[in-house]
Design a protein around this ligand. Structure first.
Ligand SMILES: NC(=O)c1ccc[n+]([C@@H]2O[C@H](COP(=O)([O-])OP(=O)(O)OC[C@H]3O[C@@H](n4cnc5c(N)ncnc54)[C@H](O)[C@@H]3O)[C@@H](O)[C@H]2O)c1
Ligand SMILES: CC(C)[C@H](C(=O)O)[C@@H](O)C(=O)O
Ligand SMILES: [Mg+2]
Length: 363
């Protein structure tokens, strides 16, 4: 089982180190190879996604990714910016299906910014289309306006687009995922304004005909943003486009207590995948040893389940995470009165120890 390890920038380095330690304690025949990506790769090779990193990612059975980006690269021309690395990996590897489960662990009910009763027992799954939409649509650029409110002025433009097969395949992913859960899909769109999303809604409705056992509801994205904080437990599977999914998944992260708790899996049509926390490189706390590594550790568990066919090992990681939370250990982002504040490393240590304990009990 070959895993490409791409820590990236900022806290990416710190949190991936903990996930790797957790994987190593499982006693499975992993072959891990690390490569630079993002700003780190730009510094070393002059490009955020060097050919060698892309080749490693392609050759691996799965990819463990940290995060990329730093404010200092924001003035670089766009193709050289760190974020292009993760966008390029998604595109080149065909990782169109992004799973972002938002689960509120019992011990973190009080860490959420919402009232405990709203999030207790929360378990929703955001499925974000990841290789289309305004993120990748062409043309895009800058030009002189020939019409609009200010003809002759400089303007910038992007293109929002989705093709029928792109919508069909993500709709199938969502309905199939719902069959393994509570059989409800909420498709989030902006069909009242955007033709791209009227088409999205039409195609999702057509695909739904093949899944009569799954309930489908449509919701506009502005309402969905509101409903997510009003009554999040009414959702089961949420399926949406690339940009709305980006925004709603950060919002959903706060239902779980912290963005540092939200893992993700980005899958291709054969379930080969890239696994990363939903958050970024957090330059504001990078290098301080305080970042929460649990989203990355839980992403490693998703990797074992989805791409490496090791569901038992995945369950051991998930149980270990629950166990450290039950012990009262908290990084700063999920800390509350009466719990013990720990750093990135100590949190990783605790997860490793909890896994080792289950190993001892089993043998
Ligand atoms: N997939 C990715 O690599 C990815 C995702 C999102 C953002 N980014 C990039 O990251 C950089 C920073 O972006 P941002 O600040 O908007 O978003 P961010 O997710 O990096 O950080 C947002 C806030 O959440 C906190 N945070 C994030 N992860 C945390 C963790 N594990 N533990 C504790 N606190 C955590 C940060 O300290 C910050 O206050 C930008 O360059 C952005 O483009 C990369
Ligand atoms: C860094 C950026 C390109 C990325 C996105 O917008 O997809 C990030 O916000 C994410 O959620 O993975
Ligand atoms: Mg995002």
């Amino acid at each position: 089982m070959k895993i490409a390890v791409l820590p990236g920038d900022g806290i990416g380095v710190e949190i991936v180190a903990e996930a790797v330690r957790v994987l190593n304690v499982l006693d499975l025949p992993f072959e891990m190879e690390e490569a630079k990506v993002g700003g780190a790769a730009y510094e070393a090779h002059g490009h955020p996604l060097p050919d060698s990193t892309l080749a490693l990612a392609k050759a691996a059975d799965a990819i463990l990714f940290g995060a990329v980006g730093d404010w200092k690269y924001d003035t670089l021309e766009r193709p050289l910016r760190p974020e292009q690395a993760i966008l390029g990996l998604r595109k080149h590897l065909g990782l169109f299906a992004n799973f972002r489960p938002a689960i509120c662990y019992e011990q973190l009910t009080h860490a959420s910014s919402l009232k405990p009763e709203l999030v207790a027992g929360l378990d929703i799954l955001i499925i974000r289309e990841l290789t289309g939409d305004i993120y990748f649509g062409q043309p895009r650029g800058r030009r002189t306006a020939v019409d609009g409110h200010f003809p002759g002025a400089q303007e910038a433009f992007d293109t929002m687009r989705y093709s029928r097969p792109e919508i069909e395949r993500i709709a199938h992913v969502a309905f199939q995922a719902a069959r393994k859960r509570n059989r409800k899909v909420t498709s989030v769109d902006k069909a009242n304004v955007l033709e791209t999303f009227q088409f999205w809604k039409d195609v999702v409705t057509e695909v739904h005909a093949q899944y009569p056992d799954v309930e489908l509801e449509h919701m506009y994205v502005d309402n969905a943003a509101m409903q997510l904080v009003k009554a999040p437990k009414k959702f089961d599977v949420v399926v949406t486009g690339n940009m709305f999914g980006d925004i709603l998944s950060d919002e959903a992260a706060m239902l779980t207590g912290s963005i540092g708790m939200l893992p993700s899996a980005s899958l291709d049509k054969n379930n080969k995948g890239l696994y990363e926390p939903s958050h970024g490189s957090a330059p504001d706390i990078a290098g301080k040893g305080v970042a929460n590594p649990l989203a990355t550790i839980l992403s490693a568990a998703m990797m074992l389940k989805f791409s490496l066919n090791q569901p038992e090992a995945a369950a051991r990681i998930e149980q270990a995470v629950q166990s450290v939370l039950a012990q009262g250990l908290r990084t700063a982002d999920i800390w509350s009165e009466g719990t013990q504040k720990v750093g990135t490393r100590e949190m990783g240590d605790a997860v490793v120890k909890a896994i080792t304990m289950t190993k001892t009990i089993k043998s």
